[in-house]
Design a protein around this ligand. Structure first.
Ligand code: PLP
Length: 392
């Protein structure tokens, strides 16, 4: 089919809930994507932080194919090998104790919220179920995670919301203390607020929150849906913050392009969710598990160090362009935010870049870059050259 035919069919038969770019993707290789007519794009988005191995990775594709042939789905009524091995790897590499596998980020965060409330109910009974997320956060589009999302722009139309959430200012321990009370059971945060504009939290603040949570027996819930699986230059971002959360979620990059997510609990919380309290039909899918094992093999400590270096290189190159539309860059690893200069709109700049062959994202009022973790220096330089030519 041609690009035009694919767009027409989509617009007629798929619900119009996404503000799509005028781009049709047919295939990819490394960090490059191509339209059906062969137009080339340098990809600084990786399917919104998902395709950490880029496109067309032979080992990943072979593992997916082999597992799909062997057995594609079984349900959680039976044991299978791939997710057992993946869970072991994730726990051994992070210090967490066990894993629940789900399918998407919002769903994983639902599980995290349920675990926190059950922990508190089991120990303290009713009336201690309030979760404190941060303002400007993003935790998903399901009803509870939408409620936990601290940005009003996402809240229109969908009232009434789930009870039991109160918001604190990011990076303010005083704000957290002022909001917390006898009803508090957990604090929930992204260590780098992604959709909110790529805003890394202060390390001292995060460590102080972890200490306070331990003192009060509130669970510290870390949403690693966007920051996790190597994106920030460590397997999980909390490893760079010197904390061990009670529960964390992960999703996006975990299976390198297949829908998979999950939560991990520490030793204190590993037995909270018991048979019948939480489940999902597609969770722990063996094909996703096999794909996840390939991703884990690639994300060695040496590779993660390269992710940090690449992130620094890309930021330095962007700042060196001194483009009139851009302000400062910020972020962690290959999760990069770019401030907009006064008078420029992120959406307009993104459209110009995409038209010129560089795929980028927006977040909050700025730009956001989430390139495949395997991106090469040549591919980064090609993207920078497009920025210079288009916006210089
Ligand atoms: N949490 C964070 C931090 C996210 O960035 C996202 C999505 O971007 C979500 C949760 C929701 O994930 P999903 O879209 O897979 O449900």
């Amino acid at each position: 089919m041609t690009s035009q035919e694919i767009k027409s069919l989509t617009n007629q038969y798929v619900m119009n809930t996404y503000g799509r770019f005028d781009v049709v993707i047919d295939h990819g290789k490394g960090a490059k994507l191509y339209s059906p007519e062969g137009k080339e794009y340098i990809d600084f988005t990786s399917g919104i932080g998902v395709c950490d191995l880029g496109y067309g990775d032979e080992t990943w594709a072979q593992a997916v194919f082999a597992q799909a042939k062997q057995v594609g789905h079984t349900s959680n009524l039976f044991y299978t090998e791939p997710c057992a091995r993946l869970a072991e790897k994730l726990c051994k590499r992070t210090g967490m104790s066990n894993v629940f596998f789900a399918n998407g980020g919002g769903e994983a965060n639902e599980g995290m919220i349920k675990l926190a409330r059950k922990y508190s109910f089991d120990k303290y009974g009713k009336g201690r179920a309030t979760i404190i997320p941060l303002k400007n956060s993003f935790h998903g589009r399901t009803m509870a995670t939408l409620t936990a999302t601290g940005q009003d722009q996402f809240h229109n139309y969908f009232f009434p919301f789930v009870e039991g959430f109160k918001f604190a200012e990011a990076n303010s321990l005083d704000s957290l203390k002022a909001v917390a009370g006898d009803d508090t059971c957990a604090v929930m945060m992204e260590l780098v607020q992604g959709e909110g504009g790529v805003l890394p939290l202060d390390k001292e603040y995060v460590q102080a929150v972890a200490k306070l949570c331990a003192e009060k027996d509130w669970l510290l819930l870390v949403d690693e849906v966007q920051t996790g699986v190597g994106r920030t230059g460590s397997l999980l971002a909390f490893q760079q913050y010197g904390i061990l959360p009670d529960v964390c979620s992960f999703a996006k990059g975990i299976a390198g392009g297949l829908p998979m997510s999950g939560i991990m609990a520490n030793e204190k919380c590993k037995g909270v969710l018991t048979p019948g309290t939480h489940a999902t039909t597609f969770g722990a899918n063996p094909v996703c598990g096999a794909a996840g094992l390939v991703v884990q093999d690639v994300l060695s400590d040496e590779f993660l160090a390269q992710v940090r270096e690449k992130g620094e290189y890309l930021r330095a190159q962007i700042e060196a362009l001194c483009l009139p539309c851009f302000g400062k860059t910020r972020g962690l690893g290959l999760m990069i935010g770019i401030e907009m200069a006064e008078g420029y709109k992120n959406g307009e700049i993104a459209n110009k870049l995409v038209e010129a062959g560089l795929l980028v994202l927006t977040a909050g009022p700025g730009m956001r870059l989430l390139p495949p973790l395997v991106i090469t220096k040549e591919e980064m330089d090609a993207g920078i050259a497009i920025m210079k030519k288009t916006l210089g």
